[in-house]
Design a protein around this ligand. Structure first.
Ligand code: ATP
Length: 242
């Protein structure tokens, strides 16, 4: 990890109508970080990730993603960020192979057959390659969502609960895929409800609580004051200083 920031937010605020749900977040993700965003249901993780992707307009503060304001430069940011949305989003009538080839083309690749086969294999979907998305299981669909995010080898991945619905073996395999991307220099920000996933996979973690960042630290710093599980439960809405 270097100190160069790939994501930088300062004083970030956001409201749905009159209900403010993000209350002034400062967050920096450095190049090469493998960064986990944790928090209880409704803490604001998905909203924060959507703000980073320029899908929503901040009500205050500043955001820079790869040096740009994502609201003003949404298309440019979208071209450089691989995304797993919370709900997925692959077209139900395309096959796995068609989906990955389409996304590789959208990411500017011309020769897509080989790279598509490699990505499908990497996510262990080869025996599902000719199946339509609507015929996949929830876990298979989630793995396809990640394959799509990896199309074109973007420098930044923003993944909203990328392992939700995966069986333990698939989850471990997904960790391997993400670790390998991180080792090759990809910056990864992911949200998760699995504390052991954050502890095992990430090198930095942030815990959101009711629209605020209650903690932002390296996993090693967290371990010095107990396990991540202990720290997470201790926070319970109050700020923790490590
Ligand atoms: N489209 C919306 N309109 C109004 N309020 C919303 C909308 N989406 C989310 N909220 C509210 O904003 C708050 C933050 O929601 P968000 O989905 O960002 O939380 P989260 O941390 O991702 O939760 P979860 O872990 O359940 O996915 C919640 O109180 C939620 O009810």
């Amino acid at each position: 990890m270097t100190t160069e920031s790939i994501i930088a937010c300062a004083g970030l605020r956001f409201a749905y109508g009159t209900a403010e749900v993000i209350h002034g977040i400062d967050l920096t993700v450095g190049r090469g970080d493998l960064f986990a965003l944790l928090g209880t249901n409704g803490a604001g993780k998905t909203t924060a990730l959507e703000l980073l992707l320029g899908e929503r307009r901040a009500g205050g503060g500043t955001i820079r993603v790869l040096g740009r304001d994502p609201w003003l430069a949404r298309r440019a940011v979208a071209g450089e960020v691989g995304v797993v949305p919370q709900e997925g989003g692959c077209a139900p009538d395309l096959t796995v192979r068609e989906t990955v080839r389409l996304w590789l083309r959208l990411r500017g690749r011309r020769d897509v057959a080989g790279p598509a086969a490699a990505l499908i294999d990497e996510l262990r979907l080869t025996d599902r390659a000719t199946r339509r998305v609507r015929q996949l299981s929830g876990g298979e669909r989630r793995r396809l969502d990640l394959a799509v995010a990896l199309c074109g080898d973007p420098p930044l991945l923003i993944l909203d609960e990328p392992t939700s619905g995966l069986d333990p073996q698939s989850r471990l395999h997904t960790w391997q895929v993400l670790r390998e991307r991180s080792r090759r220099g990809t910056t990864i920000l992911f949200s998760t409800h699995y504390l052991e996933e954050a502890e095992e996979l990430a090198d930095r973690v942030a815990i959101m609580d009711a629209g605020r960042l209650a903690l932002c630290a390296t996993v090693d710093e967290v371990r010095r004051s107990g396990s991540l599980t202990e720290v997470f439960h201790r926070i319970a809405g109050t700020e923790v200083t490590l």
